[in-house]
Design a protein around this ligand. Sequence first.
Ligand SMILES: [Fe+2]
Length: 350
Amino acid sequence: MDDNKLHYISVTGIIRNKEGKYLICKRSENEKAFPGKWCVPGGKLEKNDFINNPKDTSDHWLNVFEKVLDREIFEETKVKIKNIGYVSNLAFIRPNGFSTVIISLFGEHESGDVILDKEALVDYAWVDLEEVKNYDLIENIYEQIKKVDNYFKDGEVKKENIIKKVREFVEEECKKPTSKYGYEPYEGHFIPVVKYSKILGERLNADLEILEIAAWLHDIGSIINGRENHHITGSEIAERKLTELNYPAEKIKQVKHCILTHRGSQDIIRETIEAQILADADSMSHFDNIVGPLKAALVYEGLDQFEANNSVKNKLIRSYNKLSKEAKHIIKPKYDAAMLLLGGENGIYT
Ligand SMILES: [Fe+2]
């Protein structure tokens, strides 16, 4: 075999956690290459990494680097990662003379505390871009971390921009004279739904971007076209608006699913944690603003005070009963307070 064409391939990972810090590890003094230096975890690609797996096409195994990184990171640090992407590549000659090509990837920390494989790696740290300067890193790792850091910062800016534009769109529609329910739902309903979506989303490790966008848009169909089928009209309006904002098609699909399934009265199966959370947040918002439903019962539905009281109370009981365990726990004090004021679950109007 032509030695000039023979290389080891190594895959390394810049792992970023939720706090925006990166995992670096100290190599053992016994390592032949870069003993005692700080590095990022990874490992060599072996034929065994794919040869025993079923092929993805008739001739090929796909995403070999991602699978190796996933496995190597787990073996070396016991953490699970997700959303793997490309950073850069470099080559060097190992002390034994072998040519090595390193593919640098990044991944987001998904779960697990770091437990090192003490043979190869003897220490670790989660560091930000400033803190990492205090460590004796192998060359070029700082540049790789910086590239990943910039990528995420750009992503944050884009994410914030799109959420801001969606929020402004909803607020403008609520302000228009054509809004079916006026401006009040913006503050009385949309804002609390977004708030509870974020609270639950953080606790349950959901995709906060999908969730916040879906929460802002979930009742847009109701504002523009009225309540009937607003889960369907809303998901269509959301698709048009998000496409216009160049939002990725895959994410639009997830947002639409949340909107389509958010109504407690509809029997559509919620397939994602984000859809479940939005439905919860929608019901939870009723406990932040009982004046709104009372006004609707008295003014729009023309009920008398007694009927309005019981109508709102029954609505709150129904909302509460539909909530998940996590959501019930958060809302329980407000539920108890509402029941106390509205006459309690036993139906006495006092
Ligand atoms: Fe709603």
